[in-house]
Design a protein around this ligand. Structure first.
Ligand code: FAD
Ligand code: DHB
Length: 391
């Protein structure tokens, strides 16, 4: 098998890249190790920056997003029993959209299978050969056979646990990481959201986030210690903890309903540089992970592949690799801004084990500043709704 661009990974990054390349008339093949059902049901992100929603629309995946996505004009910060709205539309003239990653993947898979280039499920890449040369090759297993995909370029969109990043020689790679001492317990509940917008709460004994998936399904997250087993959190315990962390001085109440999914995600920050080695490029979680507070992971994956598709289109039109040469640096500038934002949001809102009273006072001072100063609120709004592509 041969193609111009071999894409490893059929998550949001790989699927969107394939779509964008297809629209530019650039031949590609996507290899995804899991089944279609698995990738379409993996519960993850749900908040889309304006630029992410625009990118999905531009590649033809906007119909259901526009019909079912929930446009939000702000968020609420909750601390010390008080509520403060950050009004994105007023502060920076931008909005965000709530639309689940599962639905984005379903939309992109359906488009790809209808008229796109090949997308192979249960096709696990196990080696990338000669990425430093002009004819890299992917070796993969599919339908019980070992096969090869000869490419001009290989893009690793294979997530944090994929093989692409490790193909770059260790001596040429730098990694930067921070593990936080806590995780998120995330639930999906069949109950209408209790708030019209997302609520980020700094409770006395930890963080809680109220999000949603639709007018009838709520998505909630709770800070828990690392190593937590979701089985140790029966439904009543979860709702009681959420109640305590969202508590306000007014009559706001959290609606309870049947919990249909529970999972625990450790909080981690990780960046691997550079994002290119010869004819191998990395995009999305394959190169970087952010702690989820502020929902940057999926949005970064989308901005990476938008820049990459632009660079490949430039190569096809002009024969110049100039944009591919600057791809890594341009992405990493954006990645570090998002990393900083995610770390700031995380440390401002979570109970810091061993942090003590001084740390708590600093957290409250940072939150108060955002509540009281339009300049501080506008900075949060600009980063939350997303920096323009290429900045
Ligand atoms: P992925 O979605 O990880 O996709 C990579 C794909 O590559 C997978 O389908 C995988 O099966 C495939 N693959 C891996 N290895 C191979 C191989 N060898 N051969 C072929 N295919 C391979 N972000 C938020 O913004 N908010 C959240 O609440 C949030 N929650 C998260 C919860 C969890 C448990 C995780 C893991 C991530 C979460 N994220 C969240 C991050 C967000 O979901 C990711 O940033 C996003 O999925 C990145 O997309 P991606 O396509 O780069 O990687
Ligand atoms: C969601 C996740 C986040 O990490 C976040 O900051 C906002 C929303 C969500 O899954 O809906």
């Amino acid at each position: 098998m041969r193609t111009r661009v071999g894409i490893i990974g059929g998550g949001p990054a790989g699927l969107l890249l394939a779509r964008l390349l297809h629209r530019e008339g650039i031949d590609c093949v996507v290899l995804e190790s899991r089944t279609r059902a698995y990738v379409e049901q993996r519960q993850r992100a749900g908040m889309l920056e304006q630029g992410t929603a625009d990118a999905l629309r531009a590649c033809g995946a906007g119909a259901r997003l526009d019909a079912e996505g929930l446009v939000h004009h702000g968020i609420e910060l909750r601390f010390d029993g008080t509520r403060h709205r950050v009004d994105f539309s007023r502060l920076v003239g931008r909005t965000v959209t709530i639309y689940a990653q599962t639905e984005i993947v379903k939309d992109l898979v359906a488009l790809q299978l209808a008229d796109g280039p090949p997308l192979l499920f249960e096709a696990e890449a196990y080696a990338i050969e000669k990425p430093e040369g002009s004819a890299p090759r992917i070796r993969f297993r599919h339908e019980g056979r070992e096969r090869t995909l000869d490419c001009d370029w290989v893009v690793g969109c294979d997530g944090f646990h994929g093989i692409a990043r490790g193909t770059i020689p260790a001596g040429l790679r730098r990694t930067y990481e921070r593990d936080f001492a806590y995780s998120w317990l995330g639930i999906l509940a069949e109950v209408p959201p209790s708030s019209e917008e997302l609520v980020y709460a700094r409770g006395a004994d930890g963080f809680a986030l109220h999000s949603m998936r639709s007018p009838t399904v709520s998505r909630l997250y709770l800070q828990v210690p690392n190593g937590t087993d979701a089985a140790d959190w029966p439904d009543e315990r979860i709702w009681d903890a959420l109640d305590a962390r969202f508590a306000t001085g007014d009559d706001w109440t959290l609606r309870r309903g049947p919990i249909i999914s529970k999972s625990v995600t450790p909080m981690r920050s990780y960046v691997s540089e550079p994002m290119r080695y010869g004819r191998l490029l990395l995009a999305g979680d394959a190169a970087h992970i952010v702690p989820p507070t502020g929902a940057k992971g999926l949005n970064l994956a989308v901005s990476d592949v938008c820049l990459l598709a632009r660079a490949f289109a430039h190569l096809e039109r002009t024969g110049s690799e100039q944009l591919l040469d600057s791809y890594s640096q341009l992405c990493l500038e954006r990645v570090w801004q998002a990393t900083r934002f995610s770390c700031d949001m995380t440390t401002m809102l979570h109970a810091q084990p061993g942090g003590g009273a001084f740390e708590q006072r600093l957290q409250l001072a940072r939150l108060r500043r955002i509540a009281d100063s339009p300049h501080a609120a506008a900075e949060l709004a600009a980063l939350y709704t997303g920096l323009p592509l290429g900045s």
